[in-house]
Design a protein around this ligand. Structure first.
Ligand code: ADP
Length: 163
């Protein structure tokens, strides 16, 4: 059973993350999406909300994708859940530089856990959770950036109704 962990904050999950996970499913039998609790990072959306959105989207994948909250070191969480692979997405050279350091650190902590990198499709290179949060703040258009269940929620609960 090849199981991979895709860790992140997902505040909120974007179509960029989803593209990496869906391609990852061709390589792995199961992908665990580890949603960081990250007490030092102030998030726009609660942990429960971030998890719920991911669960709603991946319902159609019938157990091949699982969502779990996580705190602490990624390698410890992976070991506890019998995961041997970490899946990460790469958009650009700065992503690569950052990810390289995380990779080396994780390797130092546990050299039995391997990291697999997938390069983002061109249409998602500019997509980030940070950008999505900015757009939400200014009530901009979210189509093409996040899945429909998130758009529906934001339109209903955050954006003011049209007069
Ligand atoms: P963090 O808050 O730790 O940066 P993110 O939730 O932003 O975590 O990202 C988790 C993973 O998803 C990282 O590997 C990141 O590079 C990748 N990722 C984020 N956005 C995209 C995107 N648009 N295309 C491909 N990979 C992405």
């Amino acid at each position: 059973m090849k199981r991979a962990l895709f860790p992140g904050t997902f505040d909120p999950i974007t179509l960029g993350h989803i593209e990496i996970i869906e391609r990852g499913l061709q390589l792995f039998d199961e992908i665990i999406i580890g949603v960081g609790i990250n007490s030092s990072k102030q998030t726009m959306f609660s942990l429960d909300q971030r998890i719920l959105w991911i669960q709603e989207y991946f319902l159609k994948y019938h157990q091949k994708v699982k969502v779990l909250p996580f705190d602490g070191l990624t390698v410890d969480f992976a070991k506890k859940n019998e995961i041997k692979f970490l899946l990460r997405g790469l958009r650009s050279a700065p992503d690569f530089e950052y990810e390289k350091h995380i990779f080396l650190l994780n390797k130092h902590l546990d050299d039995k856990i391997e990291t697999v990198f997938l390069v983002s499709d061109t249409q998602y290179i500019g997509v980030s959770s940070t950008l999505v949060r900015e757009i939400i703040k200014y009530q901009g258009k979210l189509e093409g950036l996040v899945p429909q269940n998130i758009i529906n929620f934001i339109n209903k609960s955050i954006y003011p109704p049209h007069s």
